[in-house]
Design a protein around this ligand. Structure first.
Ligand code: ADP
Ligand code: MG
Length: 261
């Protein structure tokens, strides 16, 4: 097999070219929580269409870093630009948040709203989309994540896997350019993990730029263009899944892999 052919078990999609525009640019990002130094000069470039998996030990700064990318947590120093828009204080905050969808471990759906209302809330309030159009698009997204028939139920009536798929549809309803996932399957029972990963694979195949904190190695191997390994507030490895899983360079990465493999 030549290098140009995709490995058969990989999700087939055209790899983002080196010429694709940089949509996430972080340089020397620092973050403190009181005296605790959570991010120590993190730099990263992600191009449009790339799927980047982020792994690393608990407490290494993975969540903090992706939260700085849509300013859920402001960074203290360094620069972040999303799709060319610099994030500094309140500058570009709304624009950046519209471009960056986020999915958390704990779903975070609004419990008092139906599934469909969870999805149409932001488009109607923030994007000023008409209700009928927002609902049409909401149902289309629910079909895409495979749960159109749950549209009129409340989150508590759904399984965890279904709730997470609603959370993904809700993020997509804002037409983001980038999707951030923070351990999206960690709170799910094993039988529900696959249905969420399948939705994420479809999203990857559609060309979405994705940054995914996950320890799901099957997903990383099949879908990721790059693996970032975090340790003590910085990226210590940035490589391909093949290289990472077969010969990690950093001692901390070797140690980590020996525990999860
Ligand atoms: P990870 O996602 O890699 O497990 P986090 O980014 O959540 O790690 O956390 C990195 C470190 O920063 C941890 O030691 C954590 O306790 C600390 N931290 C995260 N958020 C806060 C906060 N809001 N206040 C104080 N410390 C925090
Ligand atoms: Mg975390």
């Amino acid at each position: 097999m030549t290098a140009a052919q995709p490995t058969p078990d990989r999700v087939s999609r055209s790899a983002p070219g080196q010429g694709a525009p940089v949509v996430i640019e972080a340089r020397g990002v620092e973050k403190h929580f009181g005296s605790f130094h959570a991010l120590r000069g993190v730099s990263l470039q992600v191009r449009q269409g790339e799927v980047v998996v982020v792994i690393g030990p608990s407490g290494s700064g993975k969540s903090t870093f992706i939260r700085t990318l849509n300013a859920l947590d402001p960074h203290d120093a360094g620069t972040i630009a999303i799709d060319g828009l610099p994030l500094q204080g309140a500058r570009n905050l709304d624009a950046v948040r519209r471009e960056v969808g986020m999915v958390f471990q704990s779903f975070n759906l609004f419990p008092h709203l139906t599934v469909l209302d969870n999805i149409t809330l932001a488009p109607t309030r923030v994007r000023r989309t008409g209700k009928a159009e927002a609902e049409r698009r909401g149902l289309e997204l629910l079909r895409r994540v495979g749960i159109e028939e749950q549209a009129h139920k409340y989150p508590a009536q759904l399984s965890g896997g279904q709730q997470q798929r609603v959370a993904i549809a809700r993020a997509l309803a804002m037409d983001p350019k980038i999707m951030l996932f923070d351990e999206p399957t960690s709170a799910l029972d094993p039988e529900m993990i696959k249905e969420v990963l399948d939705v994420m694979k479809e999203l990857a195949r559609s060309g979405m730029t994705m940054l995914v904190v996950t320890h799901e190695m099957g997903f990383a191997r099949e879908v990721a263009d790059r693996i970032l390994f975090f340790d003590q507030g910085n990226i210590v490895e940035d490589t391909t899944p093949e290289a990472f899983y077969t010969h990690p360079q950093h001692d901390r990465a070797k140690q980590f892999l020996s525990k999860i493999l």
